[in-house]
Design a protein around this ligand. Structure first.
Ligand code: TA6
Length: 284
């Protein structure tokens, strides 16, 4: 029997849900649930970098509050589908994890079936690649139109980043980017780093360079591919957090969502066409 710790990926149950634990050569790990193809944990340098609510629901149907949910084929309530689409509510299939030259890769798959067609009549094949290497986690999404008619979608990697104290956090790199403030329904241009005092929900035109999350003594670099043209920044603040059933009252203090998204203009896919985009988190 090979030593499980030497395998690139190992199946395990987490809160009753089937998951795969990925290991990088330097000891970093990631935990990926088949439900939603959702990364639930990323430990790099001995520190958990993602926020997973202790009150998250793990019933194999509800969206899991935390980690990196995938919103597809609809972002938020910008269309007739369930909020943030259905990809985060369904079980994906996974290939065996692969050890690459300096990374560990897990590919997960979802394609249309009776359940998805009841919500959305399109024929599709979606793939999520989780790529773990020393100090770095990349999540790439690929969507292919396997049908005979063109259709469109919106998409987001709704990453919940763990922070020690949201009141001390600064998010750098969106200075000069156009912003829609969803709380106030107002448009402006971001000036300087973003700080947080209460509910925050804004959609930015994505920056070309990586963002930098400053959380006390800790830093995280956040990059996204050009195919994802917006960045969403969300923290519910204390009042909204208290109304969310699946997060503790103080959960807002320990998370910040920085989401790589394509939502302002839907992606149109012709029959046979493929789209790819992703987000990369790095400990600098
Ligand atoms: O991406 C930000 C957002 O769209 C917020 O408006 C907020 O509703 C959040 O996502 C969480 O949505 P959820 O359905 O997961 O509670």
């Amino acid at each position: 029997m090979p030593d499980p710790a030497s395998q690139p990926g190992q199946a395990e149950a987490f809160r009753g849900q089937p998951c795969i634990r990925l290991r990088a050569g330097n000891g970093d790990t990631a935990l990926v649930a088949l439900h939603g193809a959702q990364v639930l944990s990323w430990v790099s340098g001995g520190r958990e970098r993602l926020y997973l609510s202790p009150n998250a629901v793990f019933d194999g149907q509800a969206a899991i509050r935390g980690g990196i949910p995938l919103c597809f084929p609809q972002f938020n309530q910008r269309g007739p589908l369930p909020k943030h689409g259905f990809a985060r509510n369904l079980t994906w299939s996974a290939d065996d994890a692969q050890a690459e030259a300096s990374a560990t890769r897990l590919a997960l798959h979802l394609s249309d079936d009776e359940r998805t067609r009841a919500w959305w009549p399109q024929a599709f094949a979606a793939r999520v690649d989780v790529v773990l290497s020393a100090g770095r986690l990349r999540v790439d999404c690929t969507v292919r139109n396997t049908g005979a008619v063109a259709w469109d979608f919106t998409i987001a990697l709704h990453s919940y980043l763990r922070v020690d104290d949201i009141a001390q956090v600064g998010l750098q790199g969106l200075d000069g980017c156009a912003r829609w403030d969803a709380v106030q329904d107002a448009r402006d241009t971001q000036q300087g780093p973003i700080t947080f005092a209460g509910e925050y929900d804004s959609v930015f035109a994505a920056a070309t360079a990586p963002l930098l999350l400053n959380d006390g003594a800790h830093r995280l670099e956040i990059a996204q591919s050009p195919a994802l043209g917006q960045t969403v920044v969300w923290n519910p603040g204390a009042a909204l957090c208290a109304r969310l059933p699946d997060i503790p009252a103080d959960g807002h203090a320990h998370m910040l969502c920085v989401e790589a998204a394509q939502i302002d203009t839907p992606v149109v896919l012709a029959p046979g066409a493929t789209w790819s985009g992703g987000q990369c988190l790095r400990v600098p």
